[in-house]
Design a protein around this ligand. Sequence first.
Ligand SMILES: Cc1cc2nc3c(=O)[nH]c(=O)nc-3n(C[C@H](O)[C@H](O)[C@H](O)COP(=O)(O)OP(=O)(O)OC[C@H]3O[C@@H](n4cnc5c(N)ncnc54)[C@H](O)[C@@H]3O)c2cc1C
Length: 383
Amino acid sequence: MIRLNDEERAIVDVVADFVDREVRTAARDLEHANTYPERLIERMKELGVFGLTIPEPYGEVSVSKRCYALVTEELARGWMSLAGAVGGHSVVSYLIAVFGTEEQKRRYLPRMATGELRATMALTEPSGGSDLQAISTTARRSGDRYVVDGAKMWISNARHAGLIALMCKTDPEATPRHRGISILLVEKGPGLTVSRDLPKLGYKGVESCEISFDGYEASLDAVLGGEEGRGFAQMMRGLEVGRIQVAARALGVGRAALEDSLRYAQEREAFGKPIWQHQSIGNYLADMATQLRAARLLTLDAAERLDGGERCDIEAGMAKLYASEAAMQIALNAVRIHGAAGYSTEFDVERYFRDAPLMIVGEGTNEIQRNVIVKQLIDRNPR
Ligand SMILES: Cc1cc2nc3c(=O)[nH]c(=O)nc-3n(C[C@H](O)[C@H](O)[C@H](O)COP(=O)(O)OP(=O)(O)OC[C@H]3O[C@@H](n4cnc5c(N)ncnc54)[C@H](O)[C@@H]3O)c2cc1C
């Protein structure tokens, strides 16, 4: 099912070992204290996790998207927040590697590969995140600068990211609207404020913020690829990586929930036998494992297409849709199997149950995935 070369297999194993030794033991406390995982992020930098999607000569070890998905699954198996800390960074890495000018690649990618510079992407606005063509953040030319005004919501890692891929309108009057959209590569400076950390159900430890731009100045060469009006199409490609990453995060949460449940169902007894031997519990476990396997196959299939240079919007959308819904059901069944322990903050299962819904919403909601899938189905199968 998983075709990786020996080097990539070894990378996944190293990350799995890190997760077992250092993440699973620390995640519950960090989660409940809502503490930024500084030490674990440092270890991920040492392990090269932030550079896995950055090609040579800018990065040292670039892996296939299949390997990247499996590394993401491992991180999320330990603590979904860690995989979240890499998510936007990987999309921005991909955007710069594929669409960036040579100068942008040289300026950002080597430092992003080591994790010294971490990146996030800013698409969502207070008025909404699904209708991206309706964004109102603007970058207006003024002499040799852009002047940026507007607000973004739910921007993950905003305080710890040194680079933001900002989706904005360089031509607010353009029709169709997407032709007026560009991505600006912006760094922190006067006029850019991280105004608020948003309280949330799960995905603790890593901040999701409101950021505002008020007369922020960016140089003209901040436009990704050097040409205005291409940002929407660029981001749609970037989101293929993002959706595979979110699907892989769902795999990690689902796997952790299944593994904890398998253990608990053999240890816990009721009516004189381990609870897995009660058919209802056994059926939950069978369904959870089946859903997880199907989700992994969809995710690796989408990743393989991306590796092959094929367009994979429909496949990445299906993987993200299915894997996130599967993770939600698997996490709920894990709560059922654990009984009261599933509701206890002294176990990890309640965290999986709080983390799983993020994958339903993030990187385009599942309603939007269905829209993307059906549009592609009709386009590919005209009457
Ligand atoms: C923890 C967290 C971290 C995030 N990190 C980031 C980040 O780093 N960067 C970033 O840019 N964004 C981020 N987001 C935002 C996320 O991408 C958006 O929440 C998501 O795209 C949905 O946007 P919205 O919340 O504004 O919902 P809305 O767009 O207001 O939608 C509300 C509801 O209406 C439905 N809906 C809307 N339009 C349609 C339609 N055409 N057809 C069917 N249903 C529709 C939606 O599916 C949803 O159910 C994050 C969100 C969370 C919760």
